[in-house]
Write a protein that binds this ligand. Sequence first.
Ligand code: PHE
Length: 450
Amino acid sequence: MSAPRGQFSSKLGFILAAAGSAVGLGNIWGFPTQTASNGGGAFVVVYFVLAFMLAYPALMAELIIGRHARANVVTALGSISSSRFTRLAGTAVGYYGVVIASLILSFYTIVAGWMLAHLIEPLTTALGLSNISAWLTQNSVARNLATAATFALITMWIIARGIENGIEKWSTRLMPMLFAILLLLIIYVMTRPGAMEGLAVYLVPDWSRVTDPGLIIDALGQAFFSLSLGVGTMLVYGSYLSKRENLPGIGVIVTLVDTGIAFIAGLLIIPSIYVAKHYGTTIFTETGELIAGPDLIFQVLPTLFSSMGEIGLVAAFAFFTLMSIAAVTSSISMLEVPVSTAVEQTGLSRPRITYVIGTVIFAISALLIFNFPALFVFVIDLTTKYSEPLLGVAFCLFAGWVLHRDKLLAELKQGSPEVESGIFWKVWPLYVRVVCPVLILVTFFHSVGA
Ligand code: PHE
């Protein structure tokens, strides 16, 4: 039963891993495009307010439960419960989280595979292999299966190596690269014609939209997905964090990095769209909305890159490397949820379990690829729109009502002895017990139209 548990070797390692999980396609693709279609700067403002007022407290709930229980999500929720009912409920919520994390990984792997395809394409084009380039950029079942399988293998390879040698080592290597590529691309795009028009669309808020319910719902969903909340990822990462670390402080840093990178990614994507417009690419749909879905990443931006000549190949390579790095530091955190649960519940070896579970999840990806129109959007909605917010509420309720106040305080005091007299302890318990669950539920029922 008791396989030895890993632990992050340093505070920085944990921060980069947790930020790596948080910073993903949701930040670099989702955030800028949601901003563009939701009134520019108004969305940015609402997003920041919700990220700190609702998502941060929910993040703290997961980190505290995880570090306190020092276990995977199923065992953790079961073990903090003292009554039979809460233990059963905790175990059920834990398993639901494991299933949802796995399903998110199944569709994320497909999208990440597209990023890999577009990352390799500039190389094959530079080598004059135009057939392969065409195969890589045209949508087909074979292409999707091959690139998703490659991405799934990379994810499994890292997770099989464990916490310190896998998750921490690769997050520490990749996150600085991600940041550097992002900055270089922004500097380059800002010097292109049309960029300033995009910057204005991004940053000038249309204040009349701030109270728009649709905008608020989108911003809340985006904040939860972006901080990897509601599926036990942050709980599991928290369970590998040393008791010496100050949890509220670390949570603030992770939230700041996540929202900061989302904001910075907007400085790249939206001006790029307007540079593409300047070069004659259509950037609006027939109804006048900005193109935001896959067409943005796989048509608008590639058209922009190819209009730039040879430097365009370098820009495309850099851009899709950025996307692939963002995807892999997130996908490993998703796979860690089922893997940690299975390793700790069966006592079998981590590498073996990783490859078995990874293969099962890839089989689900393959199922989605074969039944794309029927299943792809369905699974995305089921996981991110319906399950994540509800699971987020469950984690808040467990941290607020099930884990006793004195245990919460004792957990927080390890690493931050002065916490009792600070603002966090005055506000957070009430937040996580009442304010967060109520607000998440209100927004949820609004968004599903109930
Ligand atoms: N936060 C990731 C992103 O922004 C997605 C994610 C969701 C990662 C849930 C882990 C768990 O892309």
